[in-house]
Ligand binder design. Structure first.
Ligand SMILES: NC(=O)c1ccc[n+]([C@@H]2O[C@H](COP(=O)([O-])OP(=O)(O)OC[C@H]3O[C@@H](n4cnc5c(N)ncnc54)[C@H](OP(=O)(O)O)[C@@H]3O)[C@@H](O)[C@H]2O)c1
Length: 429
């Protein structure tokens, strides 16, 4: 008969209820995969009196995460409650006690992953967090296990479902961001307070985790060059579409090997047709890894939701049971320099409101070239809200600092009324 391994669950919401149902209802399948039976022993929630969809049978329900951690019959603690302080306290306590932790908490792993990892190692425990990076996309396993011998050079990802649902709707319907957001909320793809998604925090957490796995570099979330989507105007969704682009909240990691350096950014970016992120629409997520040996690896699929995230959590539980207390292969810690704005190149999409004069266009393009920013294409557009015409400029690759200085110059030109929008752009191959 297979041995039993006690599992404690903290959180029984969107993710936790699917995890619990599977642990209870599909234990035979999980036993076959794990070589031992993960048995749900105790569950903590905020409000034990709330009606639940999942039938816990005789598993005790409480409102104290520490009661789950301290239960002597629990050797794997699954944290799917979210938040920072209470979750961190429970996870730390479990690791201190030498218990293995499985978590879906991206903020926790992005902010404290390397420290928790070291703690787990020192206590002979394991720390598993597949669901924290790409939810159901098995990106952690690919970076940690499949590309073990590769040097990863870059990561590009559409990894925030809320913004992707909103931007896709804006492009398809011509709606404003606030209208598209309401629809996403109605469909359950955006929270009542969507700040973490719209402001790029959620994508930054995931990017920091991916970069840590790819390089060993513990980059602070506050070092991510982060810009959210709140300023995206539907007119730019239309104009970029006409030029063969789709605007995505793109998470990008640039990794230099020698001399070593890393740059992480999350910005709304015009992505060209043919790029694997171009049509990763709505709830689809995509992650593109380029490495020296494997070349380009693309993962694509549903990036969130209860079932997809539970798939990753359950997979970690099975792997943790199989590995017993061992760590899932170390993301060796190897600090790297952050690349400066002089070292990182970007291409751009600009929308300018310009004077209605014959030489306005020529002055703008000349100023960009003079400042070291190549002009790839310029398109005149009629006035939108006022009397002045618009000029769309696609700029070629130049260091971010050069690009920013060129924008400052444009701002001083009398023929430029306003720099309405400046977006990053991925150049077509
Ligand atoms: N949902 C997704 O698509 C998704 C995707 C990737 C990662 N994640 C991550 O997975 C985690 C869980 O997300 P979720 O969507 O399942 O959240 P959720 O639906 O809000 O569920 C949270 C659960 O935690 C419980 N809880 C909250 N605070 C607690 C406390 N102080 N003590 C004990 N229990 C507490 C809640 O209890 P009550 O039920 O009593 O309120 C609830 O059962 C988060 O870290 C999230 O970032 C979620």
């Amino acid at each position: 008969m297979a041995e039993n391994v006690g599992v404690g669950l903290i959180g029984l919401g969107t993710v936790g209820s699917v995890v619990a149902a599977r642990l209870i209802g599909s234990w035979e399948l999980l036993t076959t995969r794990a070589g031992a039976t993960p048995v749900l022993r105790r569950v903590a929630v905020r409000d034990p009196g709330k009606p639940r969809d999942v039938d816990l049978r005789s598993v005790p329900l409480c409102d104290d995460p520490f009661a789950v951690v301290d239960d002597p019959s629990v050797s794997i603690v699954v944290e799917v409650m979210g938040g920072m302080d209470a979750a961190a306290a429970a996870v730390e306590r479990a690791l201190q006690a030498g218990k293995t932790v499985v978590t879906a908490n991206k903020a926790l792993i992005a902010r404290a992953g390397p420290r928790l990892w070291t703690l787990a190692e020192s206590r002979g425990a394991g720390l598993w967090f597949e669901a924290a990076a790409g939810a159901g996309l098995p990106i952690v396993a690919v970076l940690r296990d499949s590309l073990r011998a590769d040097s990863v050079n870059s990561l590009d990802a559409v990894i925030n479902t809320t913004t992707n649902v909103v931007l896709t709707r804006m492009r398809n319907t011509g709606e404003r961001l606030d209208e598209a957001l309401l629809d996403a909320q109605r469909r359950g793809f955006a929270e009542t307070d969507p700040s973490s998604d719209l402001d790029g925090w959620d994508a930054s957490y995931k990017l920091v985790i991916l970069a840590w796995l790819a390089t060993g570099a513990p980059v602070s979330v506050d070092s991510v060059d982060r810009r959210g989507v709140r300023d995206i105007d539907r007119i730019d969704m239309a104009y970029t579409g006409q030029l063969g682009y789709s605007v995505k909240l793109l998470a990008h990691a640039e990794i230099r090997q020698q001399p070593g350096g890393v740059h992480l950014r999350v910005r709304p970016t015009a992505v060209p047709e043919g790029h694997p992120c171009f049509d990763a629409d709505d709830s689809d997520n995509a992650v593109i890894i380029t490495s020296d040996l494997a070349g380009t690896v693309v993962l694509r699929g549903v990036g969130g939701g209860g079932a997809s995230t539970a798939s990753a959590v359950l997979s970690d539980i099975v792997a943790a049971v199989r590995a017993r207390a061992r760590q899932p292969g170390p993301p060796h810690t190897q600090p790297r320099q952050l690349l400066s704005d002089e070292e990182v190149e970007v291409a751009g999409y600009l929308r300018l409101i310009v004077d209605d004069s014959a030489d306005a266009r020529a002055l703008v393009l000349q100023a960009l070239e003079d400042r070291g920013v190549p002009v790839i294409e310029a398109v005149d557009k009629p006035p939108l809200d006022g009397p002045f015409p618009q000029l769309i400029v696609l700029t070629g690759a130049a260091p971010r600092a050069v690009h920013d200085r060129a924008l400052e110059t444009l701002d001083t030109l009398s023929s430029v009324r306003q720099i309405a929008v400046s977006l990053d752009r991925v150049e077509p191959r």
